[in-house]
Design a protein around this ligand. Structure first.
Ligand code: ADP
Ligand code: ZN
Ligand code: MG
Length: 484
């Protein structure tokens, strides 16, 4: 039973300096509540909005990157009316198709590479709109908090709303879509999506025989996949019992890992949309579109293809790098200093990301940089140190910012390349562990134990495979036959 999924994604344009319709600073995070406000974003009577030109340009760039066939000739904003404490004007300035309004762009698509094939997910529209204020729940969440605080610093922040057609077929596909969208937004320098609350998703999902359920306001890509997986299971269970699934809006609780009902949708809300009389339609200037086209950078798919075709990376590695702009930039900066694409790619996408995750760090919170990584890669590539040692050193460099060449010199970490020397260490270890030697014929673990001891003696300076061969040879010399 395949799911039908469509997403509505809100992205804050965090790269803008000011809000969408006033000159209040856009960087509200960490500011004391209700300090980045003015009559416009507080909705005081008589205040007039002025459109942020840069916001329109970023929206056009995204429209181009998402292959939108239709870009509006005039930028029109509409009022969407509703009463809620986060909305001081009682209407949100947004875009709406109808009544003389229109989205900034329509009819695009994004391609997902999946299992060798390409899946096209249609984009219905892109809107430019303002963020409402931020509601702070003092205990628990929207369903449980006894009181709510309001911070209007977020009121009027520029948002892009991206709405897909219901073309996604599984929670995983939804995640892949969002990963790619996120990458594109970062490549276009629209937003730093690692910022808390910078990307919020409403996920719509239905199963055959059931109505559409909307899960509101999910805060991260991973949570979207989890919330949708939960809904698939929940809805499937209901349908298989013969129960009906009605139109409904639900809330995702990331701590408990469940969705809960927020409200039942009997019919479409009536928001009384109409074009905002304070914001007359502005013809989209030709030169703005031209400069958006000129500013389009290489996008993630193209970069991934280049990594495969010109650097010889596997598709998996190329994808892992290209989908993370900062990581991909780091990779290319390192290659400028030392050309070893496959080695550097693994060091970054596997070892370094593993290090960050294990230490709960984000890129930039550690001390690795392209200079140090290039030096480290050279040490490994030229076999001055073993790959194991390289990995070990990467963690140290990332933690302490030390120069790997100096450490290798100072601590004598150069790889043991003379078999002679290694053989002497093997003999010594075998000599010192008679019990393991006696067990070795029956128990492969005893061989592993000896190999481990030798590795420890060499402080990781030897190739494990060579060590194993020498240990087995030494055992045979002593009449202990072991399998390889
Ligand atoms: P509304 O007008 O209520 O916002 P739309 O038809 O515009 O509803 O769709 C809103 C979102 O719901 C879109 O992302 C769309 O892809 C998705 N959607 C529409 N129909 C379905 C469905 N049957 N199952 C899942 N998602 C759907
Ligand atoms: Zn303001
Ligand atoms: Mg909206």
């Amino acid at each position: 039973m395949e799911a039908v999924i469509g997403l509505e994604i809100h992205v804050q344009m965090t790269s803008l300096k000011t809000k969408l319709f006033c000159r209040c600073p856009a960087d509200y995070r960490g500011a004391p509540p209700n300090t980045h406000v003015c009559p416009v974003c507080l909705g005081l009577p008589g205040a007039l909005p002025v459109v942020n030109r840069e916001a329109v340009k970023k929206a056009v760039m995204l429209a181009l990157a998402l292959n939108c066939r239709h870009i509006a000739e005039k930028v029109v904003f509409s009022r969407k009316h509703y009463f809620y404490p986060d909305l001081p004007k009682n209407y949100q300035i947004t875009q709406f198709k109808g009544g003389g309004g229109a989205p900034i762009a329509e009819d695009g698509y994004l391609e997902l590479l999946q299992g060798g094939g390409v899946r096209r997910v249609r984009i219905r529209r892109i809107n430019v709109e303002e963020d409402p204020g931020r509601l702070v729940y003092t205990e628990g969440d929207i369903t449980s908090s006894p009181e709510v605080l309001i911070d209007y610093n977020r009121s009027g922040i520029a948002l892009l709303e991206i709405v897909t057609e219901p073309d996604l077929r599984s929670p995983k596909e939804a995640r892949l879509f969002l990963e790619k969208l996120r990458a594109i937004v970062e490549y276009l320098d629209i937003a730093d999506l690692s910022l808390e609350g910078s990307m919020r998703v409403d996920a719509n999902i239905s199963l055959p025989g059931g109505a559409r359920v909307e899960v509101k306001n999910i805060g991260s890509v991973k949570e979207v996949e989890k919330a949708l997986s939960y809904e698939v299971v929940r809805q499937r269970a209901l349908l298989s019992r013969g129960a009906a699934i009605g139109r409904e809006t639900r809330h995702w609780d990331p701590l408990r890992g469940v969705t809960r009902p927020l409200r039942v949708k009997e019919e479409e809300e009536d928001y009384r949309y109409f074009p905002d009389p304070d914001l007359p339609p502005i013809p989209l200037p030709r030169e703005l579109i031209d400069s958006a086209v000129a500013m389009l950078p290489e996008l993630p798919d193209a970069r991934m293809r280049r990594f495969v075709e010109e650097h010889g990376l596997s598709r998996e590695l190329a994808y892992a790098l290209a989908m993370d702009k900062r990581l991909a930039d780091f990779y290319e900066e390192t290659l400028k200093r030392f050309w070893a694409p496959r080695l550097v790619a693994v060091m970054l996408a596997v070892d370094y990301l593993g290090f960050l995750e294990k230490n709960r760090l984000r890129m930039g919170e550690d001390r690795l940089n392209p200079d140090l990584l290039a030096k480290l890669a050279r040490l490994v590539e030229e076999k001055v140190i073993t790959p194991e040692q390289g990995k070990h050193l990467l963690f140290r460099v990332a933690r302490e910012g030390v120069d790997p060449v100096e450490i290798v010199e100072r601590e004598g970490l150069k790889a043991l390349r003379s078999e002679e020397e290694l053989r002497r260490i093997v003999e010594r270890v075998v000599e010192a562990n008679p019990k393991a030697v006696a067990d070795a014929a029956r128990n492969p673990k005893a061989v592993n134990f000896l190999v481990g001891r030798v590795m420890r003696e060499t402080r990781g300076r030897a190739e494990p495979r060579l060590v194993r061969r020498l240990v087995v040879e030494e055992l045979r010399r002593r009449g202990v036959e072991v399998g390889e």
